[in-house]
Ligand binder design. Structure first.
Ligand code: ADP
Ligand code: ASP
Ligand code: MG
Length: 403
């Protein structure tokens, strides 16, 4: 007998039929004698629809009210799933964030779970009940409803697995597991049987939305083994765990991409100590994350060019901040929002020379221009023109033997 957290994503609870199907998976696990906590997302598309509703009222919709609105999607699916389980004679009950409660800290729309009360639910599990908990939400110390960032039901599931000391945390989704790249975009993508937390964290931070990155981070921090698997097939999924279990023969494990980036170049900024700090300080004050930074060597010893990337949604705000920063004297500000970031990730890179060259050469062979580069021990990311995204992924996928 095991204590299991089973998380069902948006597509897996996207219709009544699918909710009934999820309830079958749960009842099979329950019949085996396992203690089950199910975590659900809103029906696929629901959260986006609710955001659109809010935007028709105001582009700047009140953040507190937005969280009240957004949390409703998961309320619907948790009640439907618990009801479906009750119908087949399983003792099941849903709890909303404030009923448990799930305590969060941080801003509205982007809070993080810090604690959860376990007594009521543990008691119910001990009475052979199945607990159903809505993902993506919590309650602040002021008693306000909060949400924990898009894709946050994964983070709820991992937090529950930790706090309830579960034996496993299974992420049921619409693909068979984690693939070498998005299988819905590149059909030759291959399923990965096992992957390290570090690799998964890089892949998800770099755009592989199959797992939310903060969920992977928590799982890594507390060594909570994860399994990503399909709601719709019985095939074994992908295990995410510690690296001592990993085969390093594969240099690159996966290729991720994101199209949410924008690139800004400041030409002719003064080449003197402290200038970069003056440019970037107001960004951090305004919660704008700068990703890659490239500073050219100054040709005249006086001025230089500075290029950096940010999230595309922050582009307008960032440009306004630059224009109103009277400490920046730049000849010209240019930007590009039709760029994408392509990344290769692999724990084996640490011990293999020449990976960077191989990546750059492959892109050059495809006549793809690299606009910015950043590297870490286990990843290399490049910014390229958005129209070259699929071509670049396919090429890298092939040359690193992932097809
Ligand atoms: P859920 O609603 O179940 O949380 P998501 O839509 O958040 O599901 O994540 C699953 C999707 O992630 C897949 O449908 C797939 O298109 C996408 N994806 C992106 N990169 C990968 C990858 N490397 N492996 C698997 N799926 C990926
Ligand atoms: N429903 C939320 C979202 O769409 C949370 C989730 O699905 O994980 O972002
Ligand atoms: Mg998701």
């Amino acid at each position: 007998m095991a204590k299991k957290v089973l998380k069902f994503g948006g597509t897996s609870v996207g219709s009544i039929d699918r909710i009934l199907h999820a309830s079958k998976i749960i009842s099979q696990e329950h019949k085996k004698g396992n203690k089950i906590i199910a975590v659900v997302s809103a029906m696929a598309g629901k959260t986006n629809e609710l955001i659109e509703f809010s935007k028709t009222i105001s582009q700047n919709f009140n953040k507190r009210e937005l969280d009240v609105l957004l949390s409703s999607g998961e309320q619907v699916t948790s009640a439907l799933l618990a009801g479906a389980l009750c119908k087949v004679g399983i003792k099941a009950k849903s709890w909303l964030n404030w009923q448990i409660p799930i305590l969060t800290e941080g801003e509205y729309n982007n809070s993080r779970i810090v604690n959860m009360h376990v007594e009521k639910i543990d008691k119910f599990l001990n009475l052979n009940g199945v607990a159903v908990i809505p993902g993506y939400q919590g309650i602040s110390s002021e008693g306000d409803i909060t949400t924990i960032g898009r894709g946050g039901s994964d983070a709820t599931a991992v937090a529950i697995a930790k706090i309830f000391n579960a034996d496993t945390c299974e992420i049921y989704t619409d693909v068979d597991g984690v693939y070498s790249t998005d299988p819905n975009k590149i059909p030759v993508a291959k399923k990965i049987d096992k992957i390290t937390y570090e690799e998964m964290l890089e892949l998800s931070s770099l755009g592989a939305k199959v797992m939310q990155s903060s969920a992977v981070q928590t799982a890594m921090m507390y060594s909570i083994p994860l399994q990503v698997r399909s709601t719709f097939t019985n095939r074994p999924g992908t295990k995410i765990f510690n690296n001592e279990n990993i085969d390093y023969r594969k240099v690159v494990t996966g290729v991720a991409y994101s199209k949410d980036d924008a690139k800004i170049t400041l030409q002719g900024v003064d080449d003197k100590p402290g200038i970069a700090a003056e440019i970037f300080e107001p960004f951090s004050k305004n919660n704008i994350n700068v990703d890659m930074v490239i500073q050219n060597v100054s040709s005249d010893g006086k001025t230089t060019d500075l290029t950096f990337t940010i999230k595309r949604e922050d582009l307008q705000r960032t440009l306004e901040i630059i224009k109103s920063n009277n400490k920046i004297k730049s000849k010209e500000i240019s930007y590009k929002n039709n760029v994408s970031k392509i990344s290769i990730v692999g724990a084996g890179m640490v011990t293999t020379p020449g990976v960077t060259y191989k990546m750059f050469k492959a892109l050059a062979d495809e006549k793809i221009n690299i606009l910015a580069i950043s590297t870490s021990e286990i990843k290399i990311s490049v910014i390229i023109e958005e129209m070259n995204t699929i071509k670049a992924i396919k090429k890298l996928h092939t040359i690193f033997d992932l097809d």
